[in-house]
Design a protein around this ligand. Structure first.
Ligand code: 13P
Length: 251
């Protein structure tokens, strides 16, 4: 089955409102009419509304970097699905390794966020990936299987079809060290086999699996040409419009 490529930019904790507006405008100019690749950008919360306004009328979608699973109330510092929807967010990154390692994200909280996101009609991008230590210990498969199964626990087949997975080997994030095409495709094929084991071949063939971790214009072509790499979740290179375009183009 041909899966449409999906390139998403995770701006992380970068961009003031002025910087975000300027970057979003450049992206609309350079990539705002591209329709044969799905494109999304995920600015910090403070810039979602402004970036959303700029993206209106373009083909670029808006995503958030996280969400809280509760609907409202006394959760200082948190943002709900309804708040995200009110500023036209469509995608939500869930379970990023930086959330897992710095902010106590667990497989259970990832699952709660996936459920809340889907219940609100938003589309989760579920991040999984092993650390260097785990890879060296031969735990890649065990870790990724636990993360994927945890994220999809209690999620229906129909809802699973609305999800994207991002395979982000932690050792490749922001380090300049990119997974080799063989390492990336092998992990993606493994992840797809887990999705098939949970659901069905049909779901496994439909769910898009992005690669994330030092994807840049100069390595994107090789990664995106792999059978099971359906796009990218881009950090550093998403902060410069020409670089982001340089990844969208080969997709
Ligand atoms: P880099 O592209 O900066 O390595 O970041 C990847 C990432 O974490 C995207 O979510």
């Amino acid at each position: 089955m041909a899966r449409k490529k999906f390139i998403a930019g995770n701006w992380k904790m970068n961009t003031t409102i002025e910087e975000a507006r300027s970057l979003a405008k450049s992206l609309v100019d350079l990539a705002g009419k591209i329709a044969d690749v799905d494109i999304a950008v995920c600015p910090p919360y403070t810039n979602l509304a402004a970036v959303g306004e700029i993206l209106k009328g373009s083909t670029i979608h808006l995503g958030a970097q996280d969400v809280h699973w509760e609907a409202k109330g006394a959760y200082t510092g948190k943002v709900s699905t309804a708040m995200l929807k009110s500023v036209c967010v469509e995608y939500v990154i869930v379970g990023h390794s930086e959330q897992r390692s710095y902010f106590n994200e667990t497989d259970e909280t990832v699952n709660k966020k996936v459920k809340a996101t889907l219940a609100a009609g938003l589309l989760p991008i579920i991040c999984v990936g092993e650390t260097l230590d785990e890879r060296k210990k031969g735990l890649l498969h065990a870790v990724v299987e636990r993360q994927v199964k945890g994220a999809y626990s209690g999620i229906s087949e129909a809802d699973a079809l609305k999800t994207t997975i991002a395979y982000e080997p932690v050792w490749a994030i922001g380090t300049g060290e990119v997974a080799t095409p063989t390492q990336a495709n092998e992990a993606h094929i493994f992840i797809r086999s887990i999705v098939e084991a949970i659901y069905s071949k049909q779901v496994a063939e439909a769910v898009r699996i992005q690669y994330g971790g030092s994807m840049k214009p100069d390595n994107a072509k090789d990664l995106l040409a792999l059978s099971d790499v359906d796009g990218g979740l881009i950090g550093g290179a998403a902060l410069k419009a020409p670089d982001f375009l340089g990844i969208i183009k080969p997709a």
